[in-house]
Design a protein around this ligand. Structure first.
Ligand SMILES: O=C(O)CCC(=O)C(=O)O
Length: 382
């Protein structure tokens, strides 16, 4: 991920004074009280299973590409099994994340995100767009984790670094495989993309570790507010605790239940652009749990810096004009860090949103974003 010029990051630099030890708070401070949600894990589709649930795809299935295409078109998100990542590596990354967040706050602050940086410990990058604070802590890794790991564990940082480096490598390979499937499902071959090699060979990812402490009154707190990712795609490992929800126009908020050894894949804004609006970049959020601490690890995958992402020529014709102008990842991150939900509409060049013409589900131009309660977040999409 290229470095981003971000007012968000500047405002989110945590200080010893502003950063609270969430686990130690009995009462929910007003600054964290978001209004009232339904019981977070029982909204719309309580279990996350059934006909109206996020598709689960076995990547060894001979029909995998077709199933990926269906899932991308109608959900923008799916879970994968048999993806080739060892369960032991998922267990290791989870244990590494838990050991990091279990450190005393003062120790974690030694690796705090700097005022002009994107990596390290701190609140969610989107926090400054919302009136209330989120009930979570994050740790962002870009490239080598060594400097921050040394600050966190001066005498014992190697194990953490080894796990992170192995995870990054394996996720990068899986992301490439998934990109082939997703783009293949659009009827595009490698040869159809002139700069396919550039797009994927230099592509890389940032890692975002998220920790959501238990909250006795979870219906008043928000773990991570609704957002789309500025990526091509995101690969998420979630611990065995419910919390992730995705928004689907005809279904509302749908829980994505953790599957042991499974990974959640969501389409990001850049793949939405590449697909010329056919695949939606899905809004998602993380709710807080009453009984169990939750951890997630997102691998945020995007193209090499300098690669301009634009609608694939094969997906453009008289009835499907290009919806977006070309944009690099760093330019897009800059726009998103200033405008969050309006970023896609700011690079849009064709405003014909007739779904029968564009295949667009229509989530890129929310009228406003106000996530104080379930009612208002639904208004964003209505
Ligand atoms: O914790 C989760 O399930 C979601 C994480 C996420 O959306 C993110 O890191 O951007």
């Amino acid at each position: 991920m290229p470095s981003r010029p971000s007012r968000v990051v500047k405002e989110q630099h945590p200080t010893k004074k502003s950063f609270l030890d969430l686990e130690s708070l009995n009462e929910l401070p007003d600054s964290f009280a978001w209004g009232s949600f339904e019981d977070p894990c029982s909204i719309d589709n309580p279990s996350g299973y059934g006909p109206d649930s996020v598709p689960v795809i076995n990547l060894q299935d001979p029909q995998a590409q077709q199933l990926v295409g269906l899932a991308c078109r109608s959900w923008g998100v799916f879970q994968v099994t048999n993806h080739g990542i060892q369960k032991s590596l998922l267990d290791d990354i989870e244990a590494a994340g838990k050991s990091l967040f279990a450190l005393p706050v003062n120790q974690k602050l030694k690796a705090a995100r700097s005022s002009c940086g994107v990596t390290g410990y701190g609140p969610a990058g989107i926090s400054s767009f919302f009136p209330k604070r989120m009930w979570s802590e994050g740790f962002t890794i870009l490239g080598s984790p060594l400097d921050h790991a040394r600050q966190l564990w001066p005498n014992n940082y190697n194990k953490f670094c080894d796990i992170i480096e192995k995870y990054q490598k394996e996720m990068n390979q899986l992301a490439k495989k998934l990109m082939q499937l997703v783009v293949g499902s659009l009827g595009i071959s490698n040869q159809d993309i002139m700069n396919w090699a550039d797009l994927l060979e230099g592509a890389n990812g940032a890692m975002q570790l998220n920790s959501y402490p238990i909250r006795p009154d979870p219906n008043r707190a928000m773990g991570l507010a609704a957002h789309t990712d500025s990526t091509l795609l995101t690969i998420l490992h979630q611990s065995n605790t419910t919390g992730l929800q995705v928004f689907r126009e005809r279904s509302g908020w749908v829980t994505v239940p953790p599957i042991s050894g499974g990974l959640v894949i969501n389409i990001g804004d850049l793949l939405h652009i590449l697909s010329n609006g056919r695949y939606p970049s899905v809004y998602h959020r993380a709710m807080v749990n009453r009984v169990q601490h939750r951890l997630s690890v997102a691998y945020l995958y995007g193209p090499a810096s300098g690669v301009r992402v634009q609608p694939l020529p094969k997906l453009i014709d008289a009835t499907h004009p290009p919806l977006y102008r070309p944009v690099t990842w760093s330019e897009y991150l800059g726009i998103k860090s200033e405008h969050l939900t309006k970023a896609l509409s700011l690079i849009r060049i064709n405003h014909n949103t007739n779904p029968s013409l564009t295949g667009l589900i229509g989530n890129d131009e929310p009228k406003s974003i106000n996530v104080d309660s379930d009612k208002t977040i639904l208004a964003v999409f209505g």
